[in-house]
Design a protein around this ligand. Structure first.
Ligand code: FAD
Length: 302
């Protein structure tokens, strides 16, 4: 497959995906594209769809598991699209940011520089704004649906840019309309924050970050919580721990000893290793507790 992209686009061929995954796992992408603007992103998508090639959109790769065989198509990385605009108006204080904006950077900038509260929960989530809206990322009692007002996205099926309001996001726990329509590409999102006190905001963010460092296996490559919370009072990590699976290892992949809700790459883990740990964990928890765990980590290609 040979694709001829607009020659102003940054395109890498046969790019190792392990370099773009927080798990540090994955074979090569035939094409890796790094658009710097909405127009570049849309031009890249049009080239891929015109040629009926496979396409995936990746933010910071912090919730993904790339296959060992890589991706025989084009992956668009949004990280270089991060322009951010602050709007103070009579109706409130808003931020419009492009999809590739780092969530932690956005939270920090909003809180420390602009004294805006509302994104304290997001500080320390290692994704982009687009990735966070896609799965309604959340932590420490907050989630994206608390602050999102509208999202602008590109629909490749009819080459249209559309805008949806909060309700149309169909947000629920770790879910948005974008999960049901993986072909939609988030371009930018408008958030509403509240005027606050920079010191208090910074203190809340520091507290969340300390809790992360204490509880999560940040010393090893990982992709965050492997499974969604099963609902009710159940926690995936607790069920996995109570199944005696802490430390369960296949090749380089292991159920973290520090937090059973995470799978870590102890060195040289392959996608196959991780999938084997996931499979064994799901089967064991189902057998012991009758609970079916659902993966939060997304496998690419799907
Ligand atoms: C150490 C660690 C801690 C974490 N803690 C948390 C936490 O507390 N809470 C939490 O919710 N998550 C957490 N995560 C998971 C992850 O960081 C979040 O899910 C984050 O929102 C993913 O963003 P991303 O940019 O990395 O998305 P990616 O992993 O790149 O992609 C995730 C999905 O979003 C889609 N996507 C990304 N950008 C776009 C776009 N512009 N348009 C359309 N689709 C898009 C991708 O196609 C993919 O399906 C953690 C991960 C790690 C490694």
């Amino acid at each position: 497959m040979r694709l001829d992209f607009d020659n102003t686009l940054e395109v890498l061929e046969n790019e190792p995906l392990s370099k773009h995954s927080s798990f540090k796992i994955g074979g090569e992408a035939r094409y890796a594209i790094f658009p710097k603007s909405k127009d570049e992103l849309i031009s890249a998508i049009e080239t891929v769809t015109r040629n009926n090639a496979k396409l995936a959109i990746v933010g910071n790769g912090s919730n993904l598991l790339f296959d060992d065989d890589g991706f025989d198509g084009a992956i668009i990385f949004t990280k270089s699209m991060s322009s951010t605009e602050y709007v103070h108006s009579a109706s409130g204080t808003f931020i419009r940011a492009e999809c590739g904006k780092s969530l932690t950077e956005l939270a920090s900038e909003a809180g420390k520089k602009h004294s805006l509260a509302g994104l304290e929960f997001a500080y320390g989530i290692p994704g982009t704004l687009g990735g966070a809206v896609y799965m309604n990322a959340g932590a420490y009692g907050g989630q994206m649906s608390d602050v999102v007002i509208e999202t602008e996205y590109f629909d490749p099926s009819n080459n249209e840019i559309k805008v949806i309001d909060k309700k149309e996001h169909d947000f629920s726990y770790r879910h948005s309309v974008f999960e049901d329509h993986p072909e939609y590409v988030i371009l930018s999102t408008l958030l509403e924050l509240k005027e606050g006190n920079a010191e208090e905001i910074f203190a809340a963010m520091s507290k969340n970050m300390s809790a992360r460092k204490e509880k999560q296996p940040l010393e090893y490559p990982n992709a965050g919580s492997t499974f969604k919370r099963p609902g009710g009072n159940l926690f995936a990590g607790k069920l996995i721990e109570d199944s005696g699976l802490k430390g369960y290892t296949v090749g380089g992949a292991q159920v973290s000893e520090k937090h059973a809700g995470f799978i870590i790459n102890r060195g040289g883990a392959t996608c196959r290793d991780v999938l084997a740990v996931i499979e064994h964990t799901k089967n064991t928890v189902l057998e012991k507790f009758g609970v079916e765990l659902e993966c939060e980590v997304i496998y690419i290609p799907r």
